[in-house]
Design a protein around this ligand. Structure first.
Ligand SMILES: [Zn+2]
Length: 277
C-alpha cells in the first residue's frame, strides 16, 4: 500500500492504547529487515531517517528508497524525517517521498520554536502530511543534558503550532546503550493533562520493553523512537558475518546475512510493544 502519514498510524494507536515504533534507518539492509519484521508481526511501522542517515545519503536518495519499501509493504508504513532542523530540509523531504516530518526546534527559545514549527506544519498540512514537534529538550547519553518539558509550554506549543504529535522530555535520553527505567511518569502525566496530541518518546532504546508496553497502554505515548538498540544488533550481526566469511569481499555477500538477524531483533521489539511480556 502507499506510504501513510504519521496521523494515519498514530491516531489508531491513540484510540487502541498502543504505540508504533519509529525505527531508525541507515541504509537498505536495515530498512528492509524492519519492514519484514512489521509484516511478520502484522503491525504498522514508522521508518525514519535522522541526521545520521542524511549525513551519509542525500534525502533525494533515502526518501525514494524508504517510500519504495513502504509502498511494497502489506502493513501501513510511514516514511518519517527525524530531527529536521531547517524548514528547507523539510521541504526537500516532502519533495522526495517522506510522508511525515519532525521539525526539531527544541534547542530554540519557545517563541521561535512555535513560529518555525508552525511554518513547517502549515506547509506539511497543505500536502496532507503530519508533523511531530518537540518541546523541552531530549538530551544525549554522554552529550547535551536534557531540559524537562514544561507542561504549560507544551500546552502553548501544541495550541499555537498546530502540530500532530508532540515529542517530550520526561526522563528519556537519546543514544542509551543500556536500559534505565528513568521515565518520570508524574512529569509525563502533568504534560498529558494539559495537551491532547499523541505523545512521542525519543530515546526508546533506553526504555525497557516492559516499560514501553506499560507506557503505550496507560498513557498517550503513541510513538517510541528506537535506534541504538538496533544499531547495536547491526554491528553484532555484521561482525559475525565477517568472522564467518574471512575470504569474502563482496559488499552484498557480507551484508545479506545481517538482514535476517536484524529482522529477528526488530520483530522482538515490535512483539514486545504489542504483547505483554
Ligand atoms: Zn530524537
Amino acid at each position: 500500500m502507499p506510504a501513510v502519514t504519521l496521523n494515519a498510524v498514530l491516531q489508531p494507536a491513540l484510540e487502541t492504547n498502543t504505540a508504533v515504533a519509529g525505527l531508525v534507518c541507515l541504509g537498505w539492509e536495515d530498512s528492509l529487515a524492519y519492514v519484514h519484521a512489521a509484516e511478520a508481526v502484522a503491525c504498522p511501522l514508522i521508518l525514519q531517517a535522522g541526521p545520521g542517515a542524511r549525513a551519509h545519503m542525500p534525502v533525494s536518495a533515502i526518501g525514494p528508497m524508504l517510500n519504495h519499501l513502504a509502498s511494497q509493504a502489506s502493513v501501513p508504513v510511514c516514511v518519517h524525517l527525524d530531527h529536521g532542523k531547517a524548514v528547507e530540509e523539510c521541504t526537500a523531504a516532502i519533495d522526495h517521498g517522506f510522508t511525515s516530518l519532525m521539525f526539531d526546534g527544541s534547542a530554540l527559545p519557545l517563541d521561535e520554536n512555535i513560529e518555525r514549527t508552525g511554518r513547517v506544519v502549515e506547509m506539511a498540512h497543505r500536502h496532507g502530511l503530519s508533523v511531530e514537534g518537540e518541546v523541552g529538550f531530549v538530551g544525549y547519553a554522554d552529550g547535551a543534558a536534557s531540559a524537562a518539558t514544561d507542561p504549560l509550554e507544551a500546552q502553548r506549543f501544541e495550541r499555537e503550532s498546530s502540530i500532530d504529535a508532540l515529542a517530550i522530555s520526561v526522563g528519556n535520553v537519546h543514544l542509551q546503550t543500556e536500559k534505565s527505567d528513568g521515565i518520570d511518569w508524574q512529569a509525563l502525566a502533568a504534560v498529558a493533562a494539559v495537551t491532547t496530541s499523541p505523545l512521542v518518546l525519543h530515546g526508546g532504546s533506553g526504555i525497557s520493553a516492559k516499560e514501553r508496553f506499560d507506557l503505550a497502554r496507560k498513557t498517550r505515548v503513541c510513538k517510541f523512537n528506537i535506534g541504538t538498540e538496533l544499531r547495536m544488533e547491526f554491528g553484532k550481526a555484521l561482525r559475525a558475518s565477517l568472522a564467518d566469511r574471512p575470504d569474502a569481499f563482496d559488499r552484498n555477500q557480507l551484508l545479506s546475512p545481517v538482514i535476517p538477524s536484524l529482522q529477528v531483533a526488530a520483530e522482538k521489539i515490535l512483539r514486545e510493544l504489542h504483547q505483554n511480556t
